[in-house]
Design a protein around this ligand. Sequence first.
Ligand code: SF4
Length: 319
Amino acid sequence: MTLSERDPRLRRVFGPVPSRRLGISLGLDVIPYKTCSLDCLYCECGRTTDLSCERRRFFPPQELIDELGAVLPAIPRLDHMTFSGSGEPTLNSDLGGMIAAIKRIAAAPLAVLTNGTLLGRADVRRDLLAADVVLPSLDAATAPGFARINQPAAGIDVEGVIAGLEAFRGEYAGKIWMEVFILKGVNDGEAELAALETALRRARPDKVQLNTLDRPPAYPGVESADFALLERIRSGWRGLAVEIIKRARHREEIPAFSSNLENSLLNTIRRRPLTLDDLAALTAKGEEELRHYLEVLEQERKVKPVIEGGKIFYRTYEE
Ligand code: SF4
């Protein structure tokens, strides 16, 4: 199956798409556009039009289960089914019931992307217990920083969010991968980064994923952080399992860039489509390093990821 755009006949299920964080991922969108408890400066879905922290029923949950049941037989392999989309999934008060129902009909691991703002509530934490991976975000740990980058709904304070993350870690046995989104000149100051580090140590995630702007943001004028800063943060947060998931846009961002390696990757992929594993075995390079080269080649429309037989292959546009 090739990378599919959202099927217009489906309202809640989209993909599967190759995801950097989650592999081959089938998206489950359970929130109307654009309902969220935050209005992040960098949001790639646009500005929040319904800023709320009220949990609600948005549609009969069986609609999602029926759609999923209809598409799953045509998908050979999934790395994750992922609650994501264009709003905050924990605002859907049927989330726990939907997770339980999906677990009965599908074997792939279930992931939930969340902004973490409702984790202070026992019912939200309970709803998430059956998920296999929860991916909360935390971009600031001081009140002014949180207000600036995340523009929360009334009633949400950052200390409550951090306490919720801490409580969730104490109750949840699954994996927690926290995303920290860094913007240049917004949350990259020393005091903010120190507060974030302290908060992350309290939240005890299995890993921390550093990210920055990759697509047009909801608010103009915000700028992405460069690799050097993300690398400095990663090396400074000792004892935390930190990875950088920012996509490389330019060759200059790749440390010790080698045009020989880039040409060899392109020529190899021209001969036949290959997975990241194949390329790592052929070049004896690490996957993280190869991913940066492939991202630049993707930007330039020289290679593209496609899903075939349940794996992500890279192939050229020329075929
Ligand atoms: S929490 Fe996510 S969906 Fe909500 S505004 Fe922020 S980035 Fe967008």
